[in-house]
Design a protein around this ligand. Structure first.
Ligand SMILES: Nc1ncnc2c1ncn2[C@@H]1O[C@H](COP(=O)(O)OP(=O)(O)OP(=O)(O)O)[C@@H](O)[C@H]1O
Ligand SMILES: [Mg+2]
Length: 257
């Protein structure tokens, strides 16, 4: 059974507006490996288009949510799906033009869908709300959806079908999915195959590194070398459309909202 149709009907967006750069700092050369490209430049070069998916992989505390939130501010019709009982990084969005809603439909253009999770029995309702939102976003098209905890949404809330449908058909519907992943070895290959942009933070877990290696244009050794050389909060960004590899780092202060 499908839910109510959206109150906000995004147009068939070809290219949602980008946030204009304020200043363009000079690139910092690295001793060997990839130079660090300032995020303000990297996000322009990234050329993330509506209908393209982004997969962000990294251990806890590295900056996945910070980066994902910055990406969401670039889109005309962003929808953030939050599933943790609390998240300080997400809570910083409150009051910055973002609104928390408890169920579909979004009533303003910048919405965080955050079903209440105060006791374990709320999980069934949480699953219903999120499945319904994913279905309706699919019907409406044009949204950029952030799933901040992909493993939880796939495995615990059992939204595999809805998420897979968006990965596979999203491009035709101008529907983009940004997903944050803690443990890539537990995630379907679609997260890699269907993403135009794959972003990886430093990770020393052998299984994770093996999974990250062997992607498209790049050799496993190359990816592992670059990911292993990242410093705290830095990430490697792979563009599967152009074959470009970029090392960058967000500057969260004053950029997130
Ligand atoms: N580039 C950065 N420089 C300095 N601090 C950063 C940077 N990126 C993120 N942080 C800080 O690191 C902390 C964790 O960031 P964030 O919540 O984005 O991580 P995460 O990878 O989403 O973690 P989790 O997996 O636990 O959700 C936050 O306090 C954030 O402000
Ligand atoms: Mg996070």
């Amino acid at each position: 059974m499908l839910g109510t149709l959206s109150m906000i009907q995004p147009p068939n967006i070809v290219q949602a507006p980008s946030v204009p750069p304020t200043s363009l700092p000079i690139e910092v050369p690295a001793p060997g490996g990839l130079d660090l490209t300032p995020w303000e430049i990297a996000r322009i070069e990234m050329d993330w288009r509506q209908g393209e998916h982004v997969t962000i992989i990294g251990p806890t505390g590295q900056g996945k949510t910070t980066l994902a939130l910055d990406l969401m501010t670039q889109r005309g019709y962003p929808l953030i799906i939050a599933t943790k009982p609390r998240d300080r990084t997400l809570e910083t969005m409150r009051g910055g033009g973002w609104h928390i809603i408890r169920e579909w439909p979004p009533t303003r253009s910048r919405s965080i869908l955050w079903p209440k999770l105060t006791r374990p029995s709320d999980k069934a309702k949480q699953a219903d709300v999120i499945r319904n939102a994913l279905e309706n976003a699919f019907i409406t098209g044009g949204y950029a959806i952030l799933i901040d905890e992909l493993s939880y949404v796939l495995d615990e809330l059992r939204c595999q079908n809805e998420v897979k449908q968006i990965w596979q058909q999203g491009r035709a519907l101008n529907l983009s999915l940004v997903s944050c992943i803690l443990r890539p070895s537990h995630i379907p290959l679609l997260a890699y195959d269907q993403a135009t942009h794959i972003i990886m933070f430093r990770d020393n877990d052998e299984t994770n590194l093996r999974r990250m290696g062997g992607l498209g244009h790049w050799s496993r050794a190359e990816i592992i070398e670059h990911v292993s050389g990242l410093k705290r909060h830095e990430f490697l960004m792979l563009n599967t459309r152009t074959g470009q590899m970029t090392r960058s780092k967000t500057e969260p202060k004053g950029q997130v909202i």
